[in-house]
Structure formats: C-alpha cells, structure tokens
Design a protein around this ligand. Structure first.
Ligand SMILES: [Zn+2]
Length: 208
C-alpha cells in the first residue's frame, strides 16, 4: 500500500531503528488501521481531520512501549543513526568520567578535552547528569513540570540530554566562570536560560 499522508510518514519515522521487515510490518499495520477507520477508498486529504485522527490512532497502535505518559509531541525525529531521543543504546554512547554518565561520542571526546583543560586551570568539572533516557525524562517532567508550564523540564523525548549532547556540570568554585570563558572552544554552549549548569555540545569542529 502506498502511504500518502505526511503525518503518517512522521509517525513511521518514530519507530526509529526499523529494518525492511519492520517497515513491511508497519505498512501492514497501516492498512489494518485504515480499514478500522473506514478510510479505504477515500481520498486522504493532507492535514484534514481524518488524516489527523488516522495519524493519532496509528501513533497509538505503533508505540513500541505504549504507556499513558508516552510523549505525544516533539518525538518525531531520530538521530543520524535512526535512534529516537532517549532511546539511544549503550553502543552509541561514550562514558565520561567514572560516574556512569555518558554522552554521544563526539560530545564525550569534546567534554574529555575540556575537562583536561579545566584541570590544568585548577578547575574540576563535576558531572551531575549527561545522557538521559526517556524514562528519566518522563520522571523529571512529572517532578519538575514542563518549561512551557513554568516548570524546569523539557517535554519528554525532546531534551538534548536525550541525544547525549547536554551535560549538567556543577557550577561552584569558579567553574561557571571558567566554562563561560572556555567551553565554547570545545563546542559547548550554555543554552537554557536560568540553568547555568546545563551545557550542550553543538559543534563537531571543536578545538582539540
Ligand atoms: Zn541539563
């Protein structure tokens, strides 16, 4: 079957790491759901009400871990390797320090270089959090509330922690000043207002 609805293509992309079999299975499921919705033979209109309802039902059916708190918005992208935010397997992450925290490999390399430079300046970069899985993002959203509601958490599935690009660094003892002066050289930016501990790796062309 040929899927023409743009919304549907976004949802299928949400499946992340799917091989040919997975795509076939998804397409079969699309056909089944179209049948349930009585869409067969009807010309789907992009952005129309039936298209939206279709996409919603499809999303619910295809959620690999369908839970009531599963993210609805912001989860429509995957990284270059096809993994969804917060669902990165360990093999595409690299540890930083001894704490069990990890970042995407490029970010981890840049962080390690930055940590060495900081140490040379007498500054210890102490990591409080780095890669954050979807479960933890959901937990924090429940605890802290969402940014858009005046809280302090990203919509689960959208945090840069979920891509392994953000790291939370203890800011005391002159660390924040050092970071503001030097982190940019390593590709890290202070990118969330009111969260001076939160630094996000943005560049593959960091100094070495
Ligand atoms: Zn953070």
């Amino acid at each position: 079957m040929h899927v023409v609805l743009p919304n549907v293509q976004v949802v299928v992309a949400d499946l992340g790491h799917v091989g040919p079999d997975g795509i076939q299975a998804a397409q079969a499921r699309v056909g089944e759901i179209r049948g349930l919705l009585g869409l067969d033979g009807r010309q789907a209109q992009g952005g129309g009400a039936s298209g939206t309802a279709f996409a919603d039902v499809l999303a619910a059916q295809l959620q690999p871990t369908a839970s009531p708190s599963a993210p609805v918005e912001g989860s429509s992208t995957v990284n270059e390797q096809g993994y969804a935010n917060g669902l990165l397997p360990a093999e595409v992450l690299a540890p930083i320090g001894q704490s069990g925290d990890a970042l995407a490999p490029n970010a981890a390399r840049a962080f390690d270089a930055m940590k060495v430079a900081a140490a040379d300046a007498g500054i210890t970069l102490s990591v409080n959090d780095a890669y954050r899985g979807l479960d933890r993002q959901q937990q924090l959203a429940a605890q802290l509330g969402l940014y858009r509601d005046g809280g302090r958490a990203a919509v689960p599935g959208t945090s840069n922690h979920g891509w392994g690009l953000s790291v939370d660094i203890a800011t005391g003892n002159g660390t924040l000043g050092w970071l503001r002066q030097h982190a940019g050289r390593y590709g890290f930016a202070e990118d969330v207002p009111g969260e001076p501990w939160h630094w996000t790796y943005r560049s593959d062309t960091s100094a070495t």
